[in-house]
Write a protein that binds this ligand. Structure first.
Ligand code: PLP
Length: 402
């Protein structure tokens, strides 16, 4: 069993039915400052002590309800990769390759659990808004588990992400507006026409799905926590999920302290960093090449700020140029990562000296790779040149400089 707890007023709600936001705090939402009333799902002590007693834990030990269809849509464990080239001289830097999940992004973790929830509740319709990846992930889960997916996306979303959702047979509605407009429309649609709404953070089970990465990391690292984790941040839901996973491991008595979690935003979309540094919770006008982290009014912004503070972590911002350089560097080292996900690596590079000073050269750092570069090849426009065709003649081979 579990209970819902409001992340703002901390009121508790004991019900097995699906709740979205705290009925009291969500009344204060005015569309201008970060959403209030995001709920967290708190597991009961019995579930956690069962997990503690196990020799090895899996994400299933920490889900709030029994899941049945993981073999129909497996969401990890994803590989943990090392790279001498990318480690900046540190000994223990790891890349968690969530770009290798079935639809190519971390969002599969949340969408899978919402798919399970829909089947458990006997609901076949799932509605959401997305910058692209959550939509593709939910569409993939829908295709695999037999659910109907209605997806609102900003019309500016990268065509590959939209095409992917269409190929998974979702009903895709591009909105002539921003992601935040699509978010509001999708919620209104569910209120009027039903179905489960999967919007990030608005549906508290998205965070429960996302926390599974931390349970994996704990086992990946030999039942230990990393010192620092780097996470790209838009709505703040992934980073909240990562931290929630470690909070659950701590509550279960499997780790003693939380790792430091560092959120990375684009300087063109840094609403959560501003809130973190200056307690400014107002909406911004986001503008970044990293479409997946381009957010005006972060859905899990308040939760992300308070959770990152609990870990002793920080927020970093990086420019779009730094993001693209990071993407090229990652690709050149064998990691194919979209711009949003490359921001995390860029943040690690900026933070490297500080963590070496704090933890020593053996610092155990994890960089979360959240999406594949196939999602947005346009981001490379002007950055790499497609070579001209060579003459189809063996004599031309001698002209190759290699
Ligand atoms: C690839 C990728 N990385 C990072 C993020 C940021 O996650 P969040 O919006 O939960 O902060 C997203 C969200 O869409 C994403 O798709």
């Amino acid at each position: 069993m579990f209970k819902y707890v409001c992340s703002d007023c901390h009121r508790e709600y004991l019900t097995e039915s699906l709740m979205y936001t705290c009925p009291k705090c969500s009344k204060e939402n005015d569309g201008k400052s970060f959403l209030k009333g995001i709920l967290s799902v708190e597991l009961d002590d019995e579930t956690l002590s069962k997990a503690k007693a196990k020799e090895h834990v899996t994400k299933e030990d920490f889900y709030p309800f029994e899941t049945k269809y993981s073999s129909y849509f497996p969401v990890g464990p994803t590989p943990l990769m090392r790279s001498e080239k990318l480690s900046q001289g540190l000994e223990n830097v790891y890349f968690k390759l969530d770009n290798l999940l079935p639809s190519g992004s971390f969002k599969d973790r949340a969408s899978y659990l919402v798919g399970e929830l829909a089947l458990k509740l006997g609901e076949r319709k799932v509605v959401l808004a997305s910058t692209g990846n959550a939509g593709a992930a939910m569409s993939a889960v829908g295709a695999a588990l037999g659910l109907d997916v209605l997806l609102f996306v900003p019309e500016s979303a990268p065509v590959n992400k939209l095409m992917q959702s269409i190929l998974y047979k979702a009903h895709v509605i591009p909105v002539a507006g921003t992601y935040d407009d699509a978010f509001a429309l999708s919620i209104e649609y569910t209120k009027r026409h039903g179905g489960i709404n999967r919007n990030t953070a608005y549906n508290p089970f998205t965070i429960e799905g996302k926390k599974s990465v931390s349970i994996e990391l704990f086992e990946d690292l030999g039942r230990d926590k990393p010192d620092v984790v780097y996470v790209p941040v838009g709505d703040g839901c992934i980073i909240s999920g990562v931290i929630k996973g470690f909070m659950d491991l701590k509550r279960a008595g499997l780790i003693e302290t939380l790792p430091e979690v560092v959120g990375v935003q684009s300087t063109g979309s840094d609403a959560i960093k501003r809130a973190f540094d200056f307690a400014d919770y107002s909406s911004i006008v986001a503008d970044t090449i990293a479409d997946s982290i381009s957010v005006d009014l972060p859905a899990a912004g308040r939760m992300a700020v308070s959770y990152v503070k609990k870990t002793g972590g920080r927020m970093i911002s990086v420019t779009d140029d730094e993001i693209i350089s990071a993407e090229l560097e990652l690709a050149g080292s064998g990691i194919f990562s979209e711009p949003a996900s490359s921001a995390a690596y860029s943040g690690f590079v900026k933070d490297r000296e500080r963590i070496e000073k704090k933890y020593g050269p053996g610092v155990k750092a994890v960089v979360l790779v959240t999406g594949t570069a196939f999602k947005d090849m346009k981001a490379f426009d002007g950055k790499v040149r497609m070579p001209d065709a060579m003459e189809n003649d063996v004599s031309a081979l001698d002209k190759i400089r290699f």
